[in-house]
Ligand binder design. Structure first.
Ligand code: ADP
Ligand code: MG
Length: 348
């Protein structure tokens, strides 16, 4: 069985983890089957199997670092940081990568009625979830930033290549979509190199490219949201699909017995609380899966499910606090439950 565990490091910041496993297969020491690096705020692992070669790995990881250097909201010198610094002041010329991801994020903001909102930045900063300074903000602090969270106040000028946040204090945060874009870019490099199969795992944002040797589907573990990191509750069997999970377990802190996690509501300014532990999206493009996993989680089960059903080639698996699991109409053609602490509820 091929099982991919989810390596997410939360708030631990490693400088760089570089792992090369040399294949013993056929005694060929030149193949490099898997490589990992800390980039995009998480451990990213790419496995090119028996076609692994240093040049393609290098190209993929430098592309991931390039995307991070353009899109991170917490690094100095990124385009996103420049857009934020110029909120309410002036449009900022950004790289095409950023333009594309911002446009796509506005598309998903509209599609989800604002449940997915790339201008959630001021709230993210206020809560600081995932850092050592995470805390529950005072109500007046939340009230002060809520009006700044409004994707309709983002202006993209396609011809000029600029992004403008119309209100001072607004902040873009592409954390819920950038890894999906990066996974698609890694897949594009793999296709260009004519490598037939690969697993791209950007901290749980997985692209299962091609099939296993011989055409069998990949078997990808879905993180158990109430279990240990790396433990899984079920398996997705897929060929050439991406699957992305958003959940309460990824970045959070606890206070007074309450868990405060990192998916925030632009309505009340608090972590979304709707009975869900996680949402996994399976589809063809990772940017869509990433945006939808966050947006559908924020929308909640009923509206989120209806939205996924309306999309071509997309399925969702919903995991609830009461340990039940529901899925969209085609979800169980991919997903099978392995952890019997959970139970599947069909037909809703
Ligand atoms: P992960 O970072 O684990 O892949 P997500 O894709 O769900 O998880 O992204 C969560 C991140 O997106 C948060 O850490 C924050 O930066 C940002 N975010 C939080 N709430 C929202 C929201 N409602 N819409 C868009 N982005 C959000
Ligand atoms: Mg996401």
């Amino acid at each position: 069985m091929h099982y991919i565990s989810f390596h997410k490091t939360g708030k631990v910041v490693f400088a760089l983890v570089l792992v090369c496993f040399f294949s013993a297969v056929n005694g060929c020491a030149n193949q490099i089957p898997a490589q990992s690096e800390f980039v995009l705020g998480t451990v990213c692992t790419v496995n090119l199997y028996n076609r692994g070669n240093a040049k393609v790995y290098r190209e993929i990881f430098s592309r991931l670092r390039e995307i991070e250097s353009r899109m991170s909201a917490n690094m100095d010198g990124t385009d996103v940081e420049a857009v934020n610094a110029n909120a309410g002041i002036a449009p900022v010329a950004v790289h095409r990568d950023v333009l594309e991801v911002v446009q796509r994020s506005l598309y998903f903001a509209e599609l989800t009625g604002g449940a997915f909102d790339p201008t959630v930045g001021p709230l993210v900063k206020l809560w600081n979830i995932g850092s050592d300074d995470a805390r529950i903000p005072r109500q007046e602090e939340i009230d002060a930033v809520l009006p700044l969270v409004n994707w309709r106040n983002v202006r993209v000028d396609e011809d000029a290549g600029t992004v403008f946040l119309t209100e001072p204090g607004m902040r873009l945060d592409l954390g819920a979509i950038a890894k999906g874009y990066a996974a698609d870019e890694a897949a594009r490099i793999i296709a260009k190199a004519r490598i037939p199969r690969a697993i791209i795992d950007l901290g749980g944002n997985v692209y299962a490219y091609g099939t296993k040797e011989g055409g069998a589907p990949w078997r990808i573990g879905i993180q158990n949201p109430s279990g240990l990191r790396g433990s899984y509750l079920g398996i997705m069997e897929v060929r050439d699909k991406t699957m992305v999970t958003s959940g309460v377990y990824e970045r959070f802190f606890e206070s007074g017995g309450i868990r405060y996690h990192h998916i925030l509501s632009g309505k009340d300014g608090y972590p979304v609380s709707n009975g869900l532990l996680s949402v996994t999206i399976v589809t063809d493009h990772s940017i869509d899966a990433d945006a939808l996993s966050t947006g559908v989680f924020a929308l909640g089960y009923e509206q989120g499910r209806a939205l996924v059903e309306s999309q071509d080639n997309a399925e969702a698996v919903f995991v609830f606090e009461d340990m039940s699991i529901r899925g969209t109409s085609g979800a169980f053609s991919y997903f099978s439950l392995t952890d019997r602490d959970y139970h599947i509820i069909n037909g809703e």
